[in-house]
Design a protein around this ligand. Sequence first.
Ligand SMILES: [Cu+2]
Length: 177
Amino acid sequence: MFVAIFSFRLLFEEHAMPAPYMTVKVTGRQWNWDYEYPDQKISAFTSTPMTETDAKAQNLPYLLETNAPMIVPVNQVVRVQLTAEDVIHSWSVPAFGVKLDAVPGRLNQTWFKADRTGTFYGQCSQLCGINHSYMPIEVKVVSQSDFAAWVASKQPKPAAAVASAAPAPGAAPAAAR
Ligand SMILES: [Cu+2]
């Protein structure tokens, strides 16, 4: 009882979260991660490890570097929602102090706020099968303008600058062709 009383406050506070700037939904599966950006309307893309040959050629860390990192803006609260498709994985990025299980059929959430730009790595941290060590996590923290440019590059149509302006419906598709 003595220990429990002090734990309750911490248990509640663990779930307190500042208002997020954006959400990234992360889905773990054997053996890669999907990243989806509902706020930016970027549908899920799969992040797999860079091949050993490519990593060595570019002097990047093999089994940490990926073909498609998660990209987030600096100095913004990023909410990470986590789930899994098959078995339990764990999304862990030590530099952010984040490590949370991705559980099939559940949606867990955590958050981080990176205070400097750069590339940060992590690894799946639940033994999830034979290729457990082949599902690295790479997060690139970029400036707000680089993030906007990346978001624009991920939009399916060139009408990057957006939606809310409700451009003439006929004009944009015609220009796209
Ligand atoms: Cu895993």
